[in-house]
Write a protein that binds this ligand. Structure first.
Ligand code: ADP
Ligand code: MG
Length: 259
């Protein structure tokens, strides 16, 4: 028998963080934004990360996205996957049509023109914007622009979606509809989603698991599974109960800082 140890290859679609820390700045001005965060997201899991403003949610997402480097610890995306990203602002190219915006990642992936066209049409159907391909972003509502951003992210064909308060700027009704859409797309495509929000109800509505981050330093202080069957309603009593539980924890945490 040989005694070689093999590192288990992590599954496609998984996200693993081991003791991740992030310090911004140096010396007296140093801010410990994340302190030893460890987290395993399973392929196909929907995890919501909640916490008070400034607790390090975006920092964590940016590290997983590879937009910034951690100060310590390890981040492992199964099979070296490049995750898709979505932010509160859709960041579309204003001079391009909806179709052309969604086509950008397909071009970057080097797909031939005919295939790109087919794919763009399919993606626009997926987000219910089939009729709007020729419009420009300014001709669309905020909710529609986020649908375009979602279609563009899906065009990357990646199993991992990282979303930083993607519906934070939308009205409640539009957000409700987009929750339904995202849930459908997530389950159809078996995506792994790491979703940041400060809206606890939104987290309870969407998540398989809710992770609560503390503030300064950002640490995982609480985690709970949401075993409510899908599809869910944000105004159902089950979701309200879970949201209340998480809100209590969050209040205790914020109180600890005397904010
Ligand atoms: P959240 O997304 O939860 O609101 P952030 O991740 O944006 O929190 O910020 C976490 C902490 O790190 C905050 O104290 C913030 O001021 C600090 N921070 C974030 N980005 C930077 C940066 N580029 N330089 C210095 N400090 C930063
Ligand atoms: Mg943020």
């Amino acid at each position: 028998m040989t005694s070689t140890t093999t590192t288990p290859r992590s599954a496609t679609g998984s996200v693993a963080l081991r003791g991740v820390t992030k310090v911004y700045g140096q010396g007296e001005n140093a801010v410990l934004a994340l302190d030893g965060v460890s987290l395993d997201v399973a392929p196909g899991e929907f995890v919501c990360l909640v916490g008070a403003s400034g607790c390090g949610k975006s920092t964590l997402l940016n590290l997983v996205a590879g937009l910034d480097r951690s100060s310590g610890g390890q981040i492992d995306l199964g099979d070296g996957v490049n995750p898709g990203l979505m932010f509160q602002e859709p960041a579309l190219f204003p001079w391009l049509t909806v179709e052309a915006n969604v086509e950008v990642p397909l071009k970057l992936r080097g797909l031939p023109r005919a295939e790109r066209r087919e794919k763009v049409a399919e993606l626009l159907r997926t987000v219910h914007l089939a009729e709007f391909g020729r419009k420009r972003p300014h001709q669309l509502s905020g909710g529609m622009r986020q649908r375009v951003a979602l279609a563009r992210t899906l065009a990357l064909d990646t199993p991992v979606l990282l979303m930083d308060e993607p519906f934070g700027a939308l009205d409640a009704m539009t957000r409700d509809i987009l929750h339904d859409e995202l849930e459908r797309i997530w389950s159809e495509r078996r995506l792994t989603v790491l979703f940041v929000t400060h809206n606890v109800r939104e987290a309870a509505r969407l998540a398989d698991r809710i992770i609560l981050l503390s503030s300064r330093p950002g640490r995982i202080i609480y985690s709970t599974r949401v075993d409510v069957p899908r599809p869910r309603r944000i105004d159902s009593p089950e979701i309200a109960n879970i949201a209340a539980e998480v809100t209590d924890r969050l209040r205790t945490e914020v109180g600890r800082h005397g904010q």
